[in-house]
Write a protein that binds this ligand. Structure first.
Ligand SMILES: [Cu+2]
Length: 104
């Protein structure tokens, strides 16, 4: 005998709908903190604070990025964003700043 058909309920994440059409008040501030992603990259060629701020500025332009921390000495760049970033976007931003992403 066939298994009884199940009627799966749609899975709607709490507060996670991305529809903007019927959101009356725009984005809710509560949600944003909960889904931050942090990635660390290594940038080659930075030698001073100017380098760091160029890289930081360019990466900060990527949509969704909320924080960029640069350590010039090690070349490490920690990027906090609302969603995981595409490496290509980060590489392009670093390139735009005049540096290169070390292939990890
Ligand atoms: Cu510099």
């Amino acid at each position: 005998m066939p298994p009884a058909p199940r009627d799966p309920l749609p899975q709607i994440p709490l507060g996670g709908m991305f529809g903007e059409a019927d959101a009356p008040g725009g984005r809710s501030a509560d949600i944003e903190e909960a889904i931050m992603a942090t990635s660390t990259y290594t940038v080659t060629g930075m030698t001073c604070g100017h380098c760091a701020s160029s890289v930081s500025t360019e990466i900060g332009r990527i949509s969704g990025v909320t924080d960029v921390a640069v350590d010039v000495a090690s070349g490490r760049v920690e990027v906090t964003s609302e969603a995981p970033l595409a490496d290509a976007d980060v590489a392009a931003a670093v390139d735009e700043a005049g540096y290169a992403l070390a292939s990890a």
